[in-house]
Design a protein around this ligand. Structure first.
Ligand code: SF4
Length: 171
């Protein structure tokens, strides 16, 4: 057993939490329990290896600031659910897929290349943005789109449970 190995107990606990959070946020997990467990094992291994829960289906850089968009749940989950009925890894699926009314297809990678991601980061609004004459800044959760107006983004998104660093200044 290496230091990266995760135990069955850890996987079971993480799966139980994932399921609770999914239900609370209105999301649906893949009905193939073994498949979900393997993905969760990959996420836990990545968390141990890199210090953050990088997507188990993508190659992480090892730099958290470069990979925040692919920390599970990633920024691309909801658009992929809308368009394909599942996230890139098929950990999350739509109710239609879950109930067999929609077939799963292969999902193309939606994540932009590194140069584009960097360029986008540099064009994000700042506190001095001309469209921000509001009493509070507005923060947007990049995972689920939740918006809130307050001095700082919340520690945890109340909808999808993404952490504070997944929020961007919206206006
Ligand atoms: S939500 Fe995103 S990061 Fe998580 S398993 Fe699905 S594709 Fe990977």
């Amino acid at each position: 057993m290496t230091t990266l190995d995760v135990s069955e107990t850890e996987i079971n606990e993480a799966c139980a939490k994932l399921k609770r959070d999914a239900v609370a946020g209105g999301y649906v997990l893949n009905s193939d329990t073994g498949f979900v467990e393997r993905l969760v094992s990959g996420i836990l291994t990545n968390e141990r290896r890199y210090g953050y829960p990088a997507c188990p289906c993508r190659l992480a850089s090892g730099k958290k600031e470069d990979d925040l968009d692919i920390c599970c749940p990633c920024d691309y989950r909801d658009p992929d659910l809308d368009e394909y009925g599942a996230c890139y890894c098929a950990l999350y699926v739509t109710r239609a897929v879950h109930e067999g009314q929609q077939a799963l297809t292969s999902i193309p990678e939606r994540r932009p290349g590194r140069a584009l991601r960097r360029a986008k980061l540099q064009t994000q609004p700042t506190a001095t943005h001309p469209l921000a004459p509001l009493p509070y800044p507005v923060w947007r959760c990049k995972v689920c789109g939740y918006l809130c107006a307050r001095d700082q983004p919340p520690g945890i998104c109340p909808v999808c449970k993404a952490t504070k660093e997944r929020f961007e200044r919206f206006m």
